[in-house]
Design a protein around this ligand. Structure first.
Ligand code: HEM
Length: 255
């Protein structure tokens, strides 16, 4: 079972994440966003949303760099395992608490306001609940990490993650003796990857890919919205006259 959960399940979750995200983008590009309820309970939304998003972004980049940077790089930079462990506990702890408080406010708003509840799908509520549970588990790992401040335990998770990403066998063995709270945290994290494309979490990718798409795929592309109030037909005629043509044959630059 351990081999399946931490040796095979990661590949299932990551594949669904990748293929599901591409499929959703291709099939339903207009659902690639969050459904807004921002007119309702605005104050709670703003404070909760800022705390949640800032906290989660710090955790995301912390996890990405912390888990996937080769241990040799930290060694070469002279960053000891103990120092890295302490940083993960302190920075991750503060960011995790922020995200938990913010996420709690967002959940409370969505759950208790009947109008917002009505605009929320099952997936909207479930993904928020999963993220909150994941934050509680993540913060729970801190109590175990505090007993291993030499950073030895943390290097096992780094090795596991790096072996998974480089397709090496035996990854699951690295964390066979990890504490239960860590295993639950890893399993739920992978499950969040698995359901990611089917929930409003998919909007995260827009944040990363929209600027890239704009810069590299459509360089020079710009959306211009005209504020002119003259009807289109009037503008067409005026343009045609200006071009000494008759009839609405030419398109105006504002179309
Ligand atoms: C598959 C995905 C994930 C993996 C493999 C993972 C792994 C880990 C590991 C190994 C630690 C312990 C770091 C240490 O102190 O040595 C940790 C801590 C933590 N994780 Fe995750 N995690 C994942 C997803 C998430 C998600 C989605 C969240 C938030 C929604 C989260 C929130 C936290 C928090 C708050 C901590 C405690 C603070 C810290 O040590 O950084 N994790 N995670």
């Amino acid at each position: 079972m351990h081999q399946f959960l931490f040796g095979i399940y990661p590949y299932i979750a990551l594949s669904v994440l990748l293929v599901g995200s591409i499929a959703r983008y291709e099939r339903d590009p207009f659902t690639w966003k969050t459904s807004s309820s921002q007119l309702l309970r605005r104050r709670q939304l703003i404070i909760g949303s800022i705390l949640f998003h800032v906290g989660v972004l710090i955790i995301f980049f912390g996890h990405l760099i912390g888990l996937l940077t080769p241990i040799a790089v930290f060694d070469a930079l002279g960053i000891s395992h103990g120092a890295k462990q302490l940083l993960a506990v302190v920075a991750g702890g503060v960011a995790g608490a922020m995200a938990l408080i913010g996420g709690g406010m967002l959940f409370h708003r969505r759950w208790t306001d009947p109008r917002i509840r009505k605009t929320s799908s099952f997936a909207d509520i479930a993904i928020l609940a999963l993220l909150l549970a994941q934050l509680v588990l993540g913060l729970g790992t801190i109590f175990v990490s505090l007993q291993h401040l030499d950073g030895h335990e943390m290097t096992k998770f780094m090795t596991w993650a790096q072996m998974i990403f480089t397709f090496r066998s035996g990854a699951a063995d690295q964390i066979a003796d990890a504490a239960l709270v860590f295993k639950l945290h890893l399993f739920l994290g992978l499950t969040i990857f698995l359901v990611f494309p089917f929930t409003r979490l998919a909007h995260v990718l827009s944040g990363f890919f929209a600027p890239l798409r704009y810069l590299f795929l459509r360089p020079g592309y710009q959306i211009v919205r005209s504020r002119r109030r003259r009807p289109l037909d009037d503008r067409r005629r005026a343009f045609d006259q200006q071009q000494a043509k008759t009839g609405p044959s030419a398109s105006t630059p504002a179309e």
